[in-house]
Design a protein around this ligand. Sequence first.
Ligand SMILES: Cc1ncc(COP(=O)(O)O)c(C=O)c1O
Length: 365
Amino acid sequence: MNDKFIPQMEPWFGSEEKEALIRYMEEGGWLTEFKRTEEFEQRIAEYTGAKHCIVVNNGTISLTLMALAAGIAAGDEVIVPNYTMIATPNSVKMFGAMPVFADVEKDTLCMDIESARKAITSKTKAIIFVNANGRYPRSGIESFKKLCTENNLVLLEDAAQALGSFYPDDIHQGMIGIAGSFSFSAQKVITTGQGGAIITNDDEMAFRIRRLKDFGRSRGGNDIHDTIGYNFKFTELQAIIGIEQMKKLKWRVERKKAILRKYMYNLRNVPQVKFFMQDLEKTTPWFIDALFQNRNELVEYLQKNNIGTRLMYPPINKQICYQLPGNYEVSDIVGGKGLWLPSQSQLTDNQIDYICKKIISFYTN
Ligand SMILES: Cc1ncc(COP(=O)(O)O)c(C=O)c1O
């Protein structure tokens, strides 16, 4: 029996973040967003190949801002996957647009192109494509680009889970639509506690997003407001943490891939466990996700053995706050069988072996 509890996920700060923060505080540095925030944005832009990166206070508001900047308004319909974090639909519901749900592909959990096509109506203005666990769709992201072009829709990417994940042609996820969004909440590949970023190559989108997040000002340092805007700004303290986390990104990407490889290898002969299709050359799993037979009993068994897990997202249409009818076969399956295993990059190989041994013993006893 492992006597130390292995959580499903825990954020990872090291001495580097702490020391950088102390140095900055001792220098008497500025607190609200300034030079360090610019450096953090620059690092994300360079890594993803984006012309612009704008950081905001979380990865939900980043979705709202990119939708608003793209001209989506109250009453418009926006197609989102039925398997995603609730932030995706809520980000547009917040300003009165209507999320409309499409099912996802069974082997990638990314939006299903045919389901998306069927969801289009005369009111549809956009698709928010979600890179589920850094994956890209089996149908190819180009199929979504084409669908949007043919129907005059805006393509936005919710790449909250996808920093470090690329499409097969080496374009970073979030760079295919007019804008893409990341989250840096506590459990993401890198974290700033809370935080989000929008990447885009479109100058006008970048300008509008910056204005929206800063009270509707075209430039900081004055009180001239050309449009209605809000305060979704970042802080230098988060940026300092983010810069240190970015320095660790390359290592984390490799470690996350190695962790999934090891889980897949250890559980290769367990027919009750089904992993999804993850291209480990190009993409980085944020969480270790799979379908498990007798999931709920397994969760209890693992808990008793000091192993934390987390149920994957239930289908959004069945959440109490939506309660919408509809047949979403794949998101229903995930809601019943999907489970996230311990996924933090600091997980040791011995811990993975222990977790897998317990899963195997659950199914064989
Ligand atoms: C797909 C997706 N979109 C949006 C979000 C929301 O990000 P945040 O928690 O930074 O608001 C998350 C967070 O997990 C997510 O997974």
